[in-house]
Ligand binder design. Sequence first.
Ligand SMILES: [Zn+2]
Ligand SMILES: [Zn+2]
Length: 256
Amino acid sequence: MGPDLKTVRTGMLAGIRQVAQGALHIVFPPRCIACNGAVSTDFGLCGPCWRDTPFITGLACDGCGAPLPGDDTGPVLCDDCLAQDRPWARGRAALAYRDNGRKLVLALKHGDRLDLVRPMGAWLHRAAAPLLEPGMLVAPIPLHRLRLLKRRYNQSALLSRELARLAGFDHCADLFERPRATPSQDGKTRDERFENLRGAVQVTPRRRASVAGRHVLIVDDVMTSGATLSAATQAALAAGAAKVSVLALARVAKDA
Ligand SMILES: [Zn+2]
Ligand SMILES: [Zn+2]
C-alpha cells in the first residue's frame, strides 16, 4: 500500500517550504540578530554575540528570576525579594538587563525590530519552564493608550503572544489596562516607584470574568523594581485569579 494522500501532500508541502527557504537564504542569508554577521540558521545569535548575551541559566531567584551565585536546588530568593514582599507566587527572567541583553531589549522596544519577537519568545519559553502549569492564561503588561499610539505596538504583548503560542496557552492581550498615564519611573527610589504605580494597572472590566479562578502568567519586557508587575498582580488577584506568576524578558539586577 502506498502512502496516503495526506502524507504525500504534507511531504510535498514540506519539500516546497524547504526549497522556498533555500531560495530565500540565497537572496537573504541568515544574519545574527545582534550584530548582523552571517549565521547558519534564521533567528539566531552568532557565537560571539551568544557569549555576550547574559542568559540566566544557572541558579535564579524564585521570586524575580535574578541570577544568583551557588548551585542550590531548592527555591531561593534574592535580597530584593526577601526585602520586598512579592504579591505573585513565582517569577523568572530570561536575560540580565546588561550588554547584549539590554541592547536587544531596546532594539525591540524602540527600534522596530519585530524579527526579535520569535527568538525572544523561545528564550522566554525556556526561562518560564519552572513556572508553567496546564491551563495558564498569559497576559502582557499594557502600555497606556497614548504611549501605544506613539510606539504603535506593545513589545510586551508581542512577547507574551509568542510565549503563549509556544506553550499552547490562552493569551489575552488586553487582560490589563492602564487607565492613567504614569510619570516616568526614571530617577525614582524603590518606594517612589511602588507609590507611582499603585493602582496604575487594572483588569479590563470586560475581561474580569476570564480571570476568575485562573493561574495568570504576566509578561513584561523588563523588570526593574517589580512595581508594575506588583500592580498588575494585585489587580489580577482582586479580580479573582487563583494564582499569579510573572515572567520578564530581562531583569535589572544590581550586581549582574
Ligand atoms: Zn552576532
Ligand atoms: Zn528576586
